[in-house]
Each structure stands twice: as structure tokens, then as C-alpha cells.
Design a protein around this ligand. Structure first.
Ligand code: NAD
Ligand code: GLY
Length: 375
């Protein structure tokens, strides 16, 4: 597997406007990273002009940032409407999606209307799915406001809602036209949410870039204390790796599955406890410890790797022990996973630092991992 080019990790770059491009032929788009971007009309300069635009956000984020975004868009669109959803993973469902369609129709939004997803991964995933479906597809822009959304969910075009039987089970691949990662909005993010975002930053190390894993370990305190230069580097490097993976395998026919390191166990935790009990990033953090344990028990990685991952996840402020749902319940939940084939659960495991693979594992071994990693 080809590696992304290695990062220049020291010294950290200054906090300046930065731009990456996700190369997907005619569906290519820029990812802007820097401070002060959300409220600047320049950030949106390359987008189609349309009469109408809709900012889709939630009741927490809209009061903080919707006005600044609407002002920045005023020169591009005659009318900018706001659609404010309830906040939380528990609302990432069909009913809330329908509220977006209701509002778009009630406001007279046409096929040229641009949707702007202003919020974390929940708003981004739902707005993207709404954009994919509304009038058979309208343009949309990601304005991610959580660390998790800036480093992962806003990039790559996975859109979805949850089903009570499984996470993100109903959705579409639908790429945004632009991603605007404004580092300043991370100032208002609750600490628990910042930690949740760090889980998705950490995952890029073991799956693709050992030197990034070293860097995260060395800078975890700076990241948790919101040092702007450290956050800028973490967002940029994460987006680079994600763009590199998605650019080769947009629809997850192979390579892209590595981005789900920790997610098989993590999704079982989220669905098993009920969506919203553990944050997605918390479940992924703990899931990475479990997937590392599985990699070790399969003989692929040494026990020291599991300890390294456990320590880093813990230092990020994330749980490292899974809820005691029982091995059978975990296995039942993990059987409802998009990566599975022919009823066989497939896990992302680490084969060597910086190299991941999708593999099945015997139920008995997985049950041992669950017993060892839950309480
Ligand atoms: P989230 O969207 O629920 O946001 C977390 C919380 O932070 C919410 O309460 C939100 O209102 C609040 N918030 C957001 N920005 C804020 C800000 N700047 N200041 C203050 N509060 C703010 O959760 P998330 O962690 O961003 O996203 C998790 C979701 O992302 C899950 O549903 C997961 O499945 C999805 N996801 C999708 C992909 C993908 O590729 N599409 C990848 C990873 C995760
Ligand atoms: N977050 C996993 C993916 O985008 O494929």
C-alpha cells in the first residue's frame, strides 16, 4: 500500500490560511483550513451563485455562528434561510431528515439552492444526505465546527442517518463542493467534544503515518489545551491522509475501510448503549484500544503497541474500558456492519505501524478481546 507523503512535523507551521484539494476528477473540491474563515466571504468565492441558500445547523451551533455565516454569504445568495435541528446523535434519524425536507419545500428552495452544513458530524452527515436526495441532488458545503468533523466527517462524502438496528445504515456517497475548517470555532467546543475529536486524529497514525502518531504523543497536551498551531497541524495532517485515502477509493471498495479502525467495536458500543450515551469519538477511542488488542491476539502486533494506544487514548481524555454489554451482545451488534461480507464480521487491524488491513477473526478470539477490554 502506498503511503501518504510524510509530514514535515517540526517546527509546527504558523497558523495561516491553508488549502488542500481532494482529487476526485469532476467531483474534486478544496478543503480550507485556518482561523477566521467561516465569516469571510472570500472562503466561498469559488461556489456556484444561486438565488437561495439554506444553512442547516442545530440549536447549539446556530446561535453561535449562523449569523456570521449568513452575513458572509449575503453577496452570493439573495435569500439565506436557516434550518435549525435539535442537537444530538439521538436525532440523526429519518424524522429529523424529514424536517430538513419539510423546511426546504416550505421555503421554496429550488434545485440550485446550496445547502451549508454548519455543525459537527451529525449536522454534516444529515445535511449531506438531504443534499443528495433533495430534488435528486443539490450542491452542499461543509462548514464543520467540531474537531471530529474537521478532521474526518466533513471530508470524503459519506452521508447518513442511523437506524435503531445499526449506525449510519441509511445514506449515500455525496461529495460537498467545499469544506471550510475554521480553527477559531474550536474555541467554544466543550472539552469532552474536543477529546472525542482527538480519537479520529489518533487513528490516522497507526493506519497510515507512524511519525504522525509520534507527533500526537508529543503534542497531546498542546492539543488538549487548544494550542492553535498544534490544532492547525493536526487538522491539516488528518485531512491530508483522509484526502489521500478517499482520492484512491471514494466508495470504499477496499482501502477506505482502514479509516474505520476502532469503529466496529465503537459502533457496537454506541448502538448497544443507545445513541448519544457515549460520544462517537469516545466509542471510537475505546474501539481502537479493542482493535489494537485484537491485532495483538492475532499475532500481528506486540503487546507494547496495545499499551501505547491505551495510554494515548487515556491521555486524550477518552475512556479505554468498554461497557459490559456481554460478548454475545457485542458480536450480535457487530454483525450489522457495512464492512461485513456473507455474515462474517471483518475488523480493521494493524499489521505494522502505519499499515492496516480488513480481516475476519474467530468469534471466540473476539470474545476474549471483549472480556479483556470491558468492565
Ligand atoms: P456532533 O455533531 O453531535 O457535535 C458534538 C456536539 O458539539 C454537539 O452538541 C454540537 O451541537 C456541539 N458543537 C458543535 N460545534 C460546536 C462549537 N464550535 N462550539 C460549541 N459546541 C459545538 O458530534 P461530532 O463528534 O462532531 O460528530 C459525530 C458524528 O459524525 C457521528 O454521527 C458519526 O457517525 C459521524 N461521523 C461521520 C463520518 C463521515 O465520514 N461522514 C466520520 C466520522 C464521524
Ligand atoms: N470516517 C470513515 C470514512 O470516511 O470512510
Amino acid at each position: 500500500m502506498r503511503r501518504p507523503r510524510s509530514a514535515s512535523l517540526e517546527p509546527l507551521a504558523g497558523v495561516e490560511l491553508d488549502r488542500l484539494d481532494l482529487d476526485l476528477g469532476e467531483r474534486s473540491y478544496p478543503i480550507l483550513i485556518g482561523p477566521g474563515l467561516l465569516g469571510s466571504s472570500d472562503s466561498y468565492a469559488g461556489l456556484p451563485r444561486s438565488r437561495m441558500a439554506a444553512i442547516v445547523s442545530n440549536e447549539t451551533v446556530a446561535p453561535l455562528y449562523a449569523r456570521a455565516l449568513a452575513d458572509a454569504l449575503a453577496a452570493r445568495h439573495e435569500r439565506v434561510v436557516q434550518i435549525v435541528l435539535p442537537d444530538g446523535e439521538a436525532y440523526k434519524d429519518w424524522h429529523t431528515l424529514d424536517r430538513i425536507f419539510d423546511a426546504l419545500l416550505a421555503e421554496g428552495c429550488d434545485r440550485q439552492t446550496v445547502l451549508y452544513a454548519l455543525g459537527g458530524g451529525v449536522v454534516g452527515d444529515m445535511t449531506g444526505f438531504a443534499a443528495a436526495c433533495y430534488m435528486r441532488g443539490v450542491p452542499f458545503v461543509q462548514v464543520p465546527t467540531t474537531l471530529l468533523a474537521q478532521v474526518d466527517s466533513s471530508v470524503g462524502g459519506k452521508t447518513a442517518i442511523n437506524h435503531p438496528r445499526g449506525k449510519n445504515m441509511i445514506g449515500a456517497f455525496y461529495q460537498p463542493r467545499l469544506v471550510v475548517c475554521d480553527l477559531d470555532v474550536l474555541d467554544t467546543l466543550p472539552e469532552r467534544e474536543l477529546s472525542a475529536g482527538l480519537a479520529e486524529v489518533i487513528k490516522y497514525g497507526p493506519i497510515a503515518d507512524p511519525s504522525f502518531l509520534d507527533w500526537i504523543e508529543a503534542n497531546i497536551v498542546a492539543l488538549r489545551t487548544r494550542d492553535k498551531a498544534a490544532l492547525a497541524h493536526a487538522v491539516r495532517r488528518s485531512c491530508e491522509i483522509k484526502a489521500w485515502v478517499v482520492g484512491q477509493d471514494e466508495r470504499e471498495s477496499g482501502l477506505r475501510a482502514i479509516l474505520n479502525f476502532g469503529h466496529t467495536f465503537g459502533h457496537a458500543i454506541e448502538a448497544g448503549l443507545g445513541y448519544g450515551q457515549w460520544l462517537h469519538g469516545e466509542a471510537v477511542g475505546c474501539g481502537m484500544v479493542m482493535a489494537s488488542e485484537l491485532s495483538a491476539r492475532l499475532g500481528l502486533m506486540p503487546a507494547s503497541f496495545v499499551e501505547r494506544m491505551r495510554r494515548l487514548v487515556e491521555r486524550s481524555g477518552l475512556p479505554v474500558t468498554g461497557p459490559a454489554l456481554g460478548a454475545q451482545r457485542y458480536l450480535d451488534l457487530m454483525r450489522v456492519d457495512k464492512k461485513n461480507e456473507g455474515g462474517e464480521i471483518r475488523f480493521v487491524v494493524i499489521e505494522a505501524l502505519g499499515r492496516a488491513a480488513l480481516r475476519p477473526a474467530p468469534d471466540a478470539l473476539v470474545a476474549e478481546v471483549i472480556e479483556a477490554c470491558t468492565a
